[in-house]
Design a protein around this ligand. Structure first.
Ligand code: 5GP
Length: 128
């Protein structure tokens, strides 16, 4: 069965898209730690990031870098944290999270609750 992220990539489940090319898809995390928290996903359905072939993994980091630069400009954060957990969804993905201090990437923290309009505005800003 397709993962929830494959269904998002296929457009079967809506998402706030940030970027897409032939191999990767980026969209806002629905339970963000900060405004701009983005997930970067390969279209190839592989559970564990380090099971990706070298070319796909390399390309994914370069794709993530382009988005991280936009997140940094958008949020004014010091840097963008790059986090790989994969505890919830068995489809390799990278979290890109605006960060000013270590506590900003504490996944046990309460997540932000944003309106659909706020999500749409952030995604539009990151797509520019
Ligand atoms: P992880 O697998 O890295 O532990 O966590 C998966 C992440 O995906 C979580 O931060 C969760 O909020 C996000 N997530 C799970 N399902 C969906 C979904 O349907 N849409 C979006 N946009 N994010 C999701």
């Amino acid at each position: 069965m397709a993962t929830i992220f494959s269904r998002i990539i296929a457009g079967e489940i809506p998402s706030y898209k940030v970027a897409e090319n032939d191999h990767y898809y980026a969209f806002l995390d629905i339970n963000p730690l900060a405004k701009g928290h983005t997930l970067v996903v390969p279209k190839q359905e592989v559970d564990y990031l380090y099971d990706l072939d070298d070319e796909t993994l390399q390309g994914m980091i370069v794709f993530a870098k382009q988005i991280a630069q936009k997140i940094k400009a958008f949020s004014g954060c010091n840097r963008v944290a790059t986090v790989v957990l994969g505890l919830e969804v068995p489809h390799a993905h990278i979290h890109l999270i605006p960060m000013n201090s270590e506590k900003d990437v504490d996944f046990s923290r309460e997540k932000l609750v944003l309106t659909p309009e706020e999500f749409a505005e952030i995604a539009a800003a990151l797509r520019e």
